[in-house]
Design a protein around this ligand. Structure first.
Ligand code: C5J
Length: 217
């Protein structure tokens, strides 16, 4: 069984029951000139994940891991967007540089070209921060007998953390890949990762992508 050197200790996983989860690598969050940057964020803090994640995806595909992508966003009429979310994110649904912000079907809502899903890889559209809330993710994982998740994507302290916490409560073993998750805020990146592995791995394990790639070969 592949084993990865991780914090707080070695993480072993069976490839046939492991999924590589790629969270919200969307143009709205990552493209220069896009929604994320328009809020004053430095997208370079997220874009540094693209290269290692590209390599990890290739290794995961070659090893036969199930690959699942997610996208945060809403229906065009915003009927799935809670008023409380809209009040604190009034730009959702407004016209942005890459179409209506975080609206399904718009250019900005889709996944960046570098990490385009391959045929047969599920793309889970989620209205919330967590990938389990109001989606079919549980069913997709159950149907394939998935027990472990290798978690990547953005942003570390928001959608990655929410999803890992949801997964943890549902009994999945989560390995978060530190160079493949990104935050606009360096201190949130650092603390967010520490929070996963603290207290003996209260939410899971943390490792870097070269260690996972080596374990998959
Ligand atoms: C945020 C996300 N940060 N994908 N979404 O609003 O983390």
């Amino acid at each position: 069984m592949p084993t990865v050197e991780a914090d707080p200790g070695p993480f072993s996983f069976a490839p046939e029951s492991t999924a590589l989860l790629v969270i919200d690598m969307q143009r709205d969050f990552l493209l220069p000139g896009g929604f994320g940057e328009s809020l004053g964020n430095d997208v370079a803090q997220l874009r540094c994940t693209i290269e290692p994640l590209t390599a990890l995806l290739a290794a995961g595909r070659a090893a036969g891991l199930k690959i699942i992508h997610t996208r945060e966003g809403h229906l065009p009429d915003l009927s799935d967007c809670p008023p409380a979310k809209l009040r604190r994110g009034p730009m959702i649904g407004k016209e942005g540089p890459f179409g209506r912000i975080l609206i399904r079907g718009e250019y900005g809502h889709d996944i960046i070209d570098e990490l385009r899903p391959e045929a047969g890889e599920p793309v889970v559209d989620k209205p919330g921060k967590g990938a389990f809330y109001a989606t079919d993710l549980s069913k997709i994982l159950d149907n394939d007998g998935i027990k472990s998740l290798i978690v990547t994507g953005v942003t570390t302290e928001v959608c990655v953390h929410t999803t890992v916490r949801e997964a943890n409560d549902r009994g999945y073993e989560c390995l978060v890949i530190k160079d493949c998750v990104g935050s606009y805020f360096p201190e949130f990146q650092r603390v967010g990762l520490r929070m996963i592995a603290a207290q003996g791995g209260i939410f899971g394990w943390v490792a870097d992508s070269p260690a996972v790639i080596a374990a998959l070969q």
